[in-house]
Design a protein around this ligand. Structure first.
Ligand SMILES: Nc1ncnc2c1ncn2[C@@H]1O[C@H](COP(=O)(O)OP(=O)(O)OP(=O)(O)O)[C@@H](O)[C@H]1O
Length: 346
């Protein structure tokens, strides 16, 4: 068994067979997007001209495991590959290399099955709900179609899920436009859970909501975790959002996990300079005027995955970077407390 798996968390490279309490295991998952050539490029290529064709490596060799009842927060800047990884975990996108096992079975073996075993909740609930369908029908559609509930039992099932997500069961006859953004996200969560999935992949589920509504939806996730033992991968660009809902947190940078560990430790004692930078860039609401100057954004921008920097991908932005960082990519290495960190100077 490789070191990352022995530590029960994330890593790079293949891991051994899944351990029973792990709902989800990703082994060396990679996603490359090959560029589509324009007609002009194709003609030029056919005529023998050199046409540049660089693939985007959105996710590189990611291994992770999620245990029953656990929420794994997946955090990183926009463009670091979170959504691409989330889609592969949910079985709605095939990896270019590596594999994802759900309950020990590769979801892509049966696309239809995968979408029932892992459900997704996306950022924009309005886009994911059919505007012409009453939300009762939207919630019932999947479970009835997959034989999880008899048509006659569907109204009771819908009422139950609406109540569990904090909505009035009488709302079943309403259309999506009759709900606020937060209520629509509750509907999207009810629809996902009504499919009786083994876990949820939530991709920026509160990013489009006002801060006060974000807190309500995060509280809902906490309630669902307590009441249903919800297993979840919770994706966000914002470390402060995943803080209270996550048992463990994995930090992604340019397609790779650079640090992971217990949520409490990540926030109190981050080891990777990128994690430290993310924490420092979270605006903190303080009363003392001086403190307003304490948050500082990470210097520079995420490099293009078309031309990743050599060595440690974070070195051009890292205050601790030295020669070795420019030359050698640090491996994700287990620490004594079960955390994993990929940094020469951590
Ligand atoms: N279908 C695609 N074809 C080509 N490149 C893609 C495709 N989807 C994503 N990418 C690229 O892969 C990289 C990772 O994208 P991804 O959406 O997974 O990142 P992200 O961290 O989820 O960012 P965001 O929060 O902005 O969605 C980006 O450089 C993106 O441009």
């Amino acid at each position: 068994m490789s070191a990352p798996d022995r530590q029960g968390g994330e890593g790079s490279g293949a891991v051994d067979r899944p351990i029973p309490d792990r709902i989800l295991v990703a082994e060396g998952v990679t996603k490359r997007f090959d560029p589509r050539l324009s007609l002009g490029d194709r003609i030029a290529g056919a005529l023998g001209a050199a046409v540049e064709r660089r693939a985007v490596q959105a996710v590189s060799d990611v291994s992770l495991a999620v245990r029953q009842g656990e929420t794994l927060g997946l955090v990183g800047e926009s463009g670091c590959g979170k959504s691409t990884l989330g889609k592969m975990l949910a079985g709605i996108m095939a990896p270019s290399a590596g594999r994802v096992l759900v309950d020990g079975v590769a979801p892509m073996q049966g696309r239809h099955k995968a979408t029932t075993r892992i459900q997704t909740v996306f950022q924009d609930p309005f886009a994911s709900l059919n505007p012409r369908m009453r939300i009762g029908a939207t919630i019932a559609e999947g479970p009835v179609a997959h034989g999880l509930v008899a048509r006659a039992q569907a109204p009771a099932m819908v009422a139950d899920w609406l109540a569990r997500v904090g909505l009035d069961p009488a709302f079943a006859s309403r259309f999506p436009h009759q709900f606020s953004g937060g209520q629509r996200q509750r509907v999207a969560i009810a629809r996902a859970l009504a499919m009786q999935p083994v876990m949820l992949v939530c991709d920026e589920p509160v990013a489009s909501l006002d801060v006060s509504i974000q807190a309500q939806i995060l509280n809902l996730f906490l309630d669902l975790r307590r009441d249903l033992g919800l297993t979840c991968v919770f994706i966000s660009h914002d470390l402060s959002v995943v803080r209270h809902v996550s048992d463990r947190v994995a930090i992604m940078y340019l397609g790779r996990i650079v640090e992971s560990g217990a949520a409490a430790r990540i926030y109190t004692a981050p080891r990777h300079p990128y994690t430290q930078g993310l924490l420092d860039s979270v605006p903190k609401l303080r009363l003392e005027a001086d403190d307003l100057a304490t948050f500082k954004p990470i210097a520079g921008e995420l490099p293009s995955p078309l031309s990743p920097p050599p060595g440690c991908a974070f070195h051009p932005r890292c205050p601790k970077a030295t020669e070795i960082c420019r030359a050698e990519r640090p491996l994700l290495t287990p620490r004594e407390d079960g955390a994993l960190v990929a940094c020469h100077h951590a």
